[in-house]
Design a protein around this ligand. Structure first.
Ligand code: SAH
Ligand code: SF4
Ligand code: F3S
Length: 472
């Protein structure tokens, strides 16, 4: 295992059910004036965690008097919140920084920073290779951003702060400017699974869970702000474990029973940690917990799953799926798949295709294997040629398209419960999601945003549904 950072930071305060969520950093920097008269623009790549992190950055910087702006042209501070899970992330960062060259010529006050997973992964290499970058921070130093930026505006040299707070407890409240109807709530961070293809354990550090009481309090506050639906977020949410010994099923149950939240979703769960207790809680609280599960399988071949270090076989995965389907009969499933993992033969790949057909996922997210720094699989010898990866990816999508359209057609004529999220002035229609996580579009008055309404599906497309509102 390669540890990518130096010194660890600690936080010795301990939570009790009455302690507020501790974010001393907010108090320390909220009075600073570094942002006065300066606009900030954050360019976001990657997963929902990064989207949430960008919101956190905007909120923290607003407290330091920066003004969020909608384009890089209006900004005196540009942050690239990067992702390194696939492809050429470092390249992407350099090319984006390059596009800001002209802006720097016009505005010498402009500062450019790189954060997120590429920041944690590359650290000072970024400034060495691209001197236009003024500062680099990591996934664990977001809360230090006002301090880092204050240093950048005060000094000439670049500032790098990418240390992981490996031993610090995970105390964060959701910082979001406009939470809307549906919002994300972090419950775990980091990952200790070390799948051999994945960079995340190196870019997000060790796995940690937020205290149970903190999550509940956070959700209560979001409800006060008008939130109706939350999606619990983590790289591996179902290995959640609070200091008081609550597991993920307990957390879901607690949120369903102890708060007035209308809907609960979560992502991403790991098959090896998906137990019957979780299935039972989902079944018992279906009035609140949505019946949609994203359960990444990655491959349908037990041999490949073993070399991926996923911790389950094809048979064990399929057994879990069977159990889920028997306990939650109306469950809707989606998955992630990697094709062309080192050593994947045609037979291994065909096993993946068959698994996708057998499980009948409504949605798949499939990717060509991409070697990542620090990971074991990047050093495996039997890498699959790019042309083979491309062909397999196309074949997998073609096989899935055949079933996904049929699955979508089944919704025609059904009445779904849709939580209305937004109204488009341009198209004059409403959009929301059903409990099955289907995007549904229909006509209706604007003031229905935030309500859960009945919609009869009139037309199904592979990824969206069109319907008619049924007033009750
Ligand atoms: N924690 C989640 C996955 C997070 S990364 C889980 O374990 O399921 C999101 C997805 O990106 C993964 O599920 C995987 O399908 C894909 N992915 C991760 N590393 C990859 C790599 N090196 N090449 C291609 N796809 C990758
Ligand atoms: Fe990556 Fe595996 Fe952790 Fe998911 S469980 S984030 S794929 S190491
Ligand atoms: Fe990307 Fe980091 Fe998320 S690598 S997918 S932004 S955890």
């Amino acid at each position: 295992m390669i540890e990518t950072t130096g010194r660890e930071t600690t936080n010795s305060s301990s939570p009790t059910s009455t302690t507020p969520i501790q974010t001393p950093i907010l108090k320390t920097y909220s009075n600073q004036d570094i942002g006065k008269g300066r606009g900030v623009y954050v360019s976001t790549y990657g997963c929902q965690m990064n989207v949430n992190d960008s919101e956190r950055m905007y909120s923290l910087l607003e407290m330091a008097n920066f003004t969020p702006v909608p384009t890089p042209e209006q900004a005196s501070l540009i942050i690239i919140n990067s992702c390194s899970v696939r492809e050429k992330p470092v390249h992407k960062v350099y090319s984006e920084v390059g596009t800001f060259r002209k802006l720097r010529e016009k505005n010498p006050d402009l500062k450019i920073g790189v954060g997120g997973c590429v920041g944690s992964q590359e650290k000072d290499n970024l400034v060495k290779k691209q001197p236009m970058i003024d500062f680099v921070f990591g996934t664990d130093t977001i809360d230090k951003l006002p301090e880092i930026i204050a240093k950048v505006y005060q000094s000439e040299g670049p500032t790098i702060d990418t240390q992981f707070a490996h031993r610090a407890p995970y105390y964060v409240e959701t910082l979001i400017r406009n939470p809307g109807v549906s919002t994300f709530v972090n419950v775990t961070k980091g990952c200790d699974n070390f799948c051999t293809f994945c960079v995340v354990p190196y870019t997000r550090g060790r796995e940690k869970s937020r205290p149970y009481t903190h999550v509940l309090k956070d959700v209560q506050e979001l409800i006060q702000r008008g939130v109706k639906e939350i999606t619990l977020l983590g790289q591996n949410v179902n290995s959640y474990e609070s200091e008081c010994g609550k597991d993920f099923a307990d957390l879901l149950k607690g949120l369903a029973v102890e708060t007035n939240i209308e809907r609960i979703r979560y992502t991403t769960s790991h098959p090896k940690d998906f137990d019957e207790k979780l299935m039972d809680v989902m079944a018992q609280h279906q009035n609140k917990i949505c019946e949609y599960i994203h359960l990444p399988v990655q491959s349908g071949s037990s041999r490949i799953l073993h070399t991926m270090n996923r911790g389950y076989t094809r048979e064990q995965y399929l057994e879990k799926i069977q159990k889920i389907k028997s306990i939650i009969p109306n469950v809707v499933l989606s998955t992630d798949i990697i094709v062309g993992f080192p050593g994947e033969t045609e037979e291994d790949f065909q096993e993946t295709v068959r698994l996708v057909q057998d499980v009948a996922y409504e949605t798949i997210f499939a990717f060509k294997y991409s070697p990542r720094p620090f990971t074991k699989a990047a050093r495996f010898e039997d890498q699959v040629p790019e042309s083979v990866k491309e062909r397999r990816l196309a074949e997998l999508f073609e096989a899935h398209n055949k079933i996904s359209f049929e699955l979508a057609k089944q919704y025609e004529g059904q009445v779904l419960q849709v939580l209305v999220e937004d109204y488009s002035e341009e198209r004059g229609n409403l959009h929301g999601r059903s409990t099955q996580n289907k995007n549904v579009y229909f006509l209706g008055p604007k003031d229905m945003v935030g309500q859960t309404v009945s919609v009869k599906i009139t037309k199904a497309f592979p990824s969206t549904l069109r319907g008619e509102w049924i007033p009750t």
